[in-house]
Design a protein around this ligand. Structure first.
Ligand SMILES: Nc1nc2c(ncn2[C@@H]2O[C@H](COP(=O)(O)OP(=O)(O)OP(=O)(O)O)[C@@H](O)[C@H]2O)c(=O)[nH]1
Length: 378
């Protein structure tokens, strides 16, 4: 079929290309540590491959050191994947993998000299590392899962090709591989799997990056609640769904009482802490389908899905009481605060967001005028 040297050259070219792709992505797409590890791992593996194809250099370099570099490169890729999956690969394990990648070929070079032994042992070692990468990827459970399959297929195919090649070498020894379908086939498949892996990894990281940007564009940095941009999309969606299925929706406008005084008496940082804790309390008290939006400086808007005015009043009264009981510990003082809540409901105002907000705002102004620290249904 193909000449083994030609296939080896193709593999070197593909490795260089996929490494260049990962390095370019690492330099271009934010500062993801995992992407840097994948790029670094590929550069190190590339170096190993380059040393391995050198002729006229000491045996230690092309037959032992090159495998060490390739093993270290692969271990760095695995470390990046584990980081991506929210797991860890200790530095000790990293060193152990690199050491094993050095020692195996060293054994078959000096202790029990055998080219077949070296190729088989190293091939199986790398296949095990690829399988570890595959298993790590299969544990990822987020929205990037669809992209993950591209890289997972690459790792699966690569490990299968390496195992197949190791078995072929075991059966055929050091015989020239030029005419052999399995030997040539696996050498042909390896670069394709590498392309799959590199593209899969870049797709995964860009998808996760896009998700993160989307999340940041919809949330308020200080409190973690949704921002007004989110209200216009997620709020409208919630109301449309509720209208279609005939569910009621209540809107609550929650405002911290005398917040200006909190800032003046305790400092801006204390004011920020009040907002953070209020947001956390609201998020904890409401149901997952509800929306908590930071509507203004010290004002939060709640969209309560499936609630009528009376039930929403009970929920908001519970929130108000919890706020009264809350003590915020500052470095030199203890702070307590209250909130006023204005409520509107779809029974009275319909399912239109603007009308619901206006009605809740009017109710809030009344609650403030009546003395604050109360819930008022408009
Ligand atoms: N610490 C902090 N303060 C903020 C933030 N955003 C707005 N504010 C402050 O919130 C205060 C709001 O003051 P007002 O609108 O007078 O409301 P209030 O003092 O709560 O009075 P009432 O609502 O009538 O009880 C202003 O002093 C703003 O500077 C923020 O992110 N952090």
């Amino acid at each position: 079929m193909f000449h083994e040297q030609t296939l080896l050259l193709v593999e070197v070219c593909f490795t260089l290309l996929t490494t260049a792709l990962l390095v370019a992505a690492a330099l271009g797409v934010g500062k993801q540590a995992e992407l840097r590890l994948w790029a670094l791992g590929n550069v190190v593996a590339c170096l190993g491959l380059a040393l391995g194809v050198q002729s006229g250099v000491p045996t230690f370099i092309h037959a032992v050191l090159s495998y060490g570099f390739m093993g270290l490169g692969q271990a760095l890729v695995l470390r990046g994947l584990r980081l991506y999956a929210g797991q860890d690969l200790s530095l000790k394990s990293l060193v152990a993998i690199a050491a094993a990648s050095l020692l195996l070929p060293a054994y078959f070079t000096w202790v029990e000299p055998s080219l077949t032994g070296r190729l088989v042992a190293s091939g199986l070692g790398f296949a095990a590392l690829d399988l570890a990468c595959l298993v790590t990827l299969l544990r990822v459970r987020d929205r990037t899962r669809a992209m993950m399959w591209v890289a997972a297929t690459g790792f699966g195919v690569l490990s299968a090709a390496l195992i197949l090649r190791a078995l072929w070498l075991l059966l055929h020894g050091d015989a020239p591989a030029d005419q052999e379908l399995v030997a040539n086939g696996t050498l042909f498949i390896i670069p394709l799997a590498q392309v799959c892996i590199a593209f899969g990894l870049v797709l995964m990281i860009t998808r996760r990056y896009a998700e993160e940007l989307r999340r940041l564009s919809l949330t308020d940095r200080l409190t973690g609640a949704y921002n007004r941009a989110a209200l216009s999309t997620l709020g409208l969606r919630l109301l449309q769904r509720a209208r279609r299925s005939g569910r009621g929706v209540a809107v609550a406008m929650v405002d911290v009482d005398h917040f200006k005084h909190i800032n003046e008496n305790f400092g801006h940082a204390a004011g920020d802490e009040v907002l953070r804790q209020l947001s956390a309390l609201l998020l904890a008290q409401l149901r997952p389908g509800d929306l908590v939006v930071r509507y203004g400086g010290e004002e939060f808007l709640l969209l309560l899905d499936g609630l009528n005015g009376t039930t929403a009043e009970r929920v908001c009264e519970r929130v108000r009481k919890l706020v009264v009981e809350t003590r915020i510990n500052l470095p030199n003082a203890e702070l307590n605060y209250t909130v006023s809540i204005g409520l509107s409901s779809s029974e009275a105002s319909g399912h239109e967001l603007e009308k619901l907000i206006n009605a809740a705002d009017s109710a809030l102004q009344k609650a403030k005028a009546e003395g604050r620290n109360r819930v008022l249904l408009g």
